[in-house]
Design a protein around this ligand. Structure first.
Ligand SMILES: [Zn+2]
Length: 113
C-alpha cells in the first residue's frame, strides 16, 4: 500500500508534468534560486499559497524572466521532472526508468515525502 505522502507526491508529479507539457512550467535547471519563508505567493506547481511558516523557492523563468514561486517540496518534484525530461532529450535511447537515470535524479534532490 502506498502511503498518503507517496500518493500526494504522485499526484503532484502528475500535475507538474502536465504543466510542463502545457508550457506553464519551463524545463530548466535554475542557476539562481532565492529561498526564504513564504510571503503569500501562490505556488506555480500546486496552486496553494506559500505561507510564512513554509519555505519558498523563487526563481526566474528563463523564457521571459517571470517570477516562479514554489514550495520547497514542489520545487524538488519539478526539478526531478526537469532532469527526467532533459535526460530523455539528450539520450533518447535510454529508457526513462533506467537505473542510471534514477541515480541521476536523486543525486541532487532527496526523495520527497
Ligand atoms: Zn506547492
Amino acid at each position: 500500500m502506498p502511503t498518503e505522502s507517496q500518493l500526494r507526491n504522485a499526484l503532484l508529479r502528475l500535475r507538474v508534468r502536465k504543466r510542463i507539457n502545457a508550457g506553464r512550467l519551463p524545463v530548466m535547471v535554475p542557476t539562481r534560486i532565492d529561498a526564504g519563508y513564504g510571503s503569500g505567493h501562490v505556488c506555480v506547481a500546486c496552486d496553494q499559497p506559500i505561507t510564512s511558516t513554509q519555505v519558498e523557492y523563487e526563481l526566474a523563468d528563463y523564457r521571459d524572466g517571470s517570477q516562479l514561486c514554489f514550495h520547497l517540496g514542489c520545487h524538488v518534484v519539478w526539478q526531478v521532472e526537469c532532469s527526467r525530461l532533459e535526460a530523455r532529450r539528450s539520450a533518447p535511447d535510454v529508457p526513462p526508468d533506467s537505473e542510471n537515470l534514477s541515480k541521476r535524479c536523486w543525486r541532487h534532490s532527496p526523495p520527497y515525502g
